[in-house]
Design a protein around this ligand. Structure first.
Ligand code: ATP
Length: 196
């Protein structure tokens, strides 16, 4: 059973994913794996060069993430093309990774699931939510970004309300102790679904 875990920037999805991990559940963090593949995949390097030109590669043989970010920042088409280079590779890697796991179910964590209409790939979906003001506060203190930067990133994502309608389960993440209790309850429920 594969469970998709998502949530807006600063909602706490990585925090929640770690709580599931502590319960013995294998977690695949799409962003982290995408970053690793960007470093190691020769095919990705070649496609990045085709998309952005030779200057996308640094002298150390790694793609220049800042250069890429600056190019796609205000160019939705180019961002889509970049996603077309990265996402199929992450999906391939996930399929291989999945076969090696032996936990009762597995979690796939990604910031964007519903926005890309990927929910059908999962047996169940969880959305982690928190009030907007709280999310902004957390990201400012974690990344040392400005309120405007966080809001600009939020504007690329759907609102919690839009996603809650599509998700199977919601975890409101405010008080961490309470979140842990909710994770444990949901974990037990998911186990009962695996064993049903
Ligand atoms: P992003 O999409 O930006 O990667 P995220 O949804 O994965 O964010 P986290 O990285 O888990 O969110 O959390 C954002 C920050 O808020 C982290 O510094 C984390 O420690 C903190 N945080 C998470 N949950 C809570 C909470 N309930 N109370 C206070 N701080 C929290």
């Amino acid at each position: 059973m594969v469970v998709g875990l998502t949530g807006g920037i600063g909602s706490g999805k990585t925090t929640v994913a770690k709580m599931f991990q502590e319960l013995g559940i294998a977690v695949f963090v799409a962003d982290v794996e995408a970053k690793k593949l960007m470093k190691t995949s020769i095919e990705i390097h070649q496609e990045l060069k085709a998309l952005f030109g030779e200057e996308v590669m640094q002298n150390n043989g790694l793609p220049d993430r800042k250069f890429i970010a600056s190019k796609v920042f205000n160019d939705k088409d180019l961002l889509e093309k970049l996603n077309q280079v990265i996402h199929p590779r992450v999906a391939d890697y996930f399929s291989k990774w999945k076969k090696k796991q032996c936990s009762s179910y597995i979690i796939y964590e990604a910031a964007i699931i519903f926005e890309k209409n990927l929910q059908h790939r999962f047996d169940h979906t969880i959305i982690v939510t928190a009030p907007k003001s709280e999310k902004i506060k957390r990201v400012i203190s974690r990344d040392h970004s400005t309120k405007e930067e966080v809001e600009a990133r939020m504007n690329n994502q759907w609102t919690d309300n839009d996603k809650i309608k599509l998700a199977d389960f919601q975890i409101e993440n405010l008080d961490l102790k309470l979140t842990k209790t909710k994770v444990l309850q949901l974990h037990k429920h998911l186990l009962s679904l695996v064993n049903a």
